[in-house]
Write a protein that binds this ligand. Structure first.
Ligand SMILES: Cc1ncc(COP(=O)(O)O)c(C=O)c1O
Ligand SMILES: N[C@@H](CCOP(=O)(O)O)C(=O)O
Length: 525
């Protein structure tokens, strides 16, 4: 299977660095020189308003210093706080984002609630123009796809506290050949969230969470480190952002259940890595207990801060379509934070007048780890966690998702659908996508399988504008691809495998093989 083969003993034989020896970011990182002569231009203050400024003849500030110099002195009208998720309107329970709180008084989930009236004081056109004006710049912190929407994410954080790798602004790829060849579709797109700093969509949420931790530590709040349970991608993102800010990170991984590429990421980034003989759900239970006992901040998506960053991928999709709304967005689901994040991003754009409707969402699960699918099929009757079995889509091998309530809310409010993919279906879908020039992860294979099924049933029409969210980079899952293409998977036909042909180092032998290939049916079709 895709699982890593680092045994626990070899894992622990790594000499993990002393957390105190982590280096802080050099103050002049991103140094750049502005050579413009006295050009009159428009510049933004931190509230997003445009004001004319005169650029100095030459500065040697780094982009952080430059942002500091341009800092607005006017009052920031925007704010956000934690409230119980889906609380009755009469509820008065709320918490400052500077508090360390993950659950409501009743033990339910929290949500970040923005002062929607303040945001509404600007119209949809204002927000569209503001967000569009920030794309493709290096201006701190707006060069990030997440922080280019700062007013909707963490409006009150000081730009100086932000820890960012200029994540987001990921490619929305027109899957022309895949759509036409396999699905008869002409308007199929893949949002490549895995083409990112640590290779998955988790960067979008982690920049927000680690930035807030950075702020809390500067406020002397009791946070000695940040911890997560992970199937690989969350730990990779957490450890990278923490390392960049000099904050200790602690990651809890299910032993032998994540890919080697994912495992090496937190190790390389200096995290304190615990490999535990359990599954992800077991790790999640442990980290919740640990973070309630020790001053370690919880970085999983149970923490609603993460979703504020992840929702920007939805806003980006609208922006990339010039603020036109696709018909369908298909998202692979595991712990189920992301499906809600997409819903929230689309819904905010509708509520604030950037668009007039939202797409229908599809959440796609591996059949081996399908608690949401079973819940959907039962007509949303009582939810039952499952024991998740091994799947090539190893990052979604989750049986007891923490964001189940968020996911159900999102899907019910957008006329959403849940689909599932068997191991063979998801691997075939991944291989077919790759054969058209992509290099997707098995989780994207799950989402593509959902698309195949919904097209075959006529639910998604050939002309529907459809976006499949690709959640991680295929390079993190090369072992799964190797197993498939070498037909090394028991009980799987691997119909689209393309194994290398072994030939002697002999001109005649190579020519024979090449002539056979050039005359083959596949090449002529
Ligand atoms: C690559 C990948 N795809 C999809 C998911 C599912 O996202 P979520 O847990 O938010 O449902 C995860 C993590 O769970 C992931 O790492
Ligand atoms: N796939 C995730 C699982 C944990 O999800 P999270 O969004 O709650 O952190 C991972 O990569 O660890």
């Amino acid at each position: 299977m895709t699982s890593c083969s680092f045994s626990s003993s070899s894992l622990f034989s790594f000499n993990l660095p002393n957390q105190n020896s982590l280096h802080r970011r050099p103050p002049t990182l991103h140094r750049h020189v502005t050579l413009s002569s006295t050009v009159k231009t428009t510049d933004e203050n931190s509230n997003g308003a445009s004001s004319p400024t005169v650029k100095p003849t030459r500065t040697e500030d780094n982009i952080r210093d430059e942002a500091r110099r341009h800092r607005s002195t006017s009052l920031n009208p925007f704010s956000a706080r934690y409230v119980p998720f889906n609380a009755p309107t009469a509820s008065t329970e709320s918490y400052s984002l500077d508090e360390i709180v993950y659950r409501s008084k009743s033990g339910g989930l929290l949500d970040v609630q923005h002062d929607i009236d303040a945001l509404r004081s600007r119209d949809g056109a204002y927000w569209r123009n503001l967000f569009d004006s920030r794309v493709g710049r290096t201006k701190w912190p707006y060069g990030s796809g997440v922080w280019s929407k700062k007013e909707w994410v963490l409006p009150e954080i000081d730009d100086d506290d932000i820890v960012s790798a200029f994540e987001g602004n990921s490619n929305l790829f027109w899957a022309e050949r895949f759509g036409k060849t396999f699905l008869g579709m002409n308007d199929l797109w893949v949002k490549h969230c895995g083409i990112s700093h640590t290779g998955s969509f988790k960067d979008l949420g982690m920049t927000v969470l680690v930035s807030q931790v950075n702020r809390l530590r500067k406020m002397n709040k009791p946070v000695v480190g940040v911890g997560c349970a992970s199937t690989g991608d969350t730990s990779a993102a957490l450890s990278a952002y923490c390392a960049s800010a000099g904050i200790p990170s602690i990651v809890i991984l299910p032993a032998n259940k994540i890919s080697m590429a994912q495992l090496v990421q937190p190790i390389a980034n200096g995290a304190f890595v615990l490999s535990i003989d359990t599954d992800f759900d077991g790790c999640m239970k442990l980290i919740r207990e640990i973070t309630s006992e020790l001053p370690i901040y919880l970085a999983n998506s149970l923490n609603s801060l993460r979703l504020e960053g992840q929702k920007t991928a939805a806003i980006e999709i609208l922006q990339q379509f010039n603020w036109q709304v696709p018909d369908w967005v298909i998202v692979p689901g595991g712990n189920l934070g992301n499906i809600y994040a997409f819903y929230k991003g689309f819904k905010m754009c509708q509520e604030l007048g950037l668009v007039d409707r939202i797409p229908r969402l599809v959440c796609a699960q591996a059949a081996n780890a399908n608690p949401l699918y079973l819940h959907y099929k039962s007509g949303w009757k009582e939810f039952k966690p499952v024991k998740a079995n091994a799947t090539f889509a190893s990052a979604i091998q989750i049986g007891d998702p923490v964001s189940i309530d968020r996911a159900v809310y999102a899907l019910r409010n957008c006329d959403g659908i849940v689909e599932e993919a068997t191991e063979e279906e998801l691997m075939d879908a991944m291989a077919r996508a790759d054969s058209t020039g992509m290099f997707v992860c098995p989780h994207t294979g799950v989402a593509l399988t959902a698309l195949f099924k919904l097209r075959n049933r006529g639910v998604i029409a050939p002309t529907d504008r459809t976006v499949v969210v690709s959640t991680a980079h295929g390079l993190k899952f090369t072992q799964a691809k190797i197993d498939y293409h070498s037909k090394a998977i028991p009980d799987m036909a691997c119909r689209f495998s393309n194994p290398p042909v072994e030939v002697k180092a002999d001109f005649g032998a190579v020519m024979d093989v090449l002539k056979g290939y050039l005359g083959s049916k596949e090449l002529r079709s």
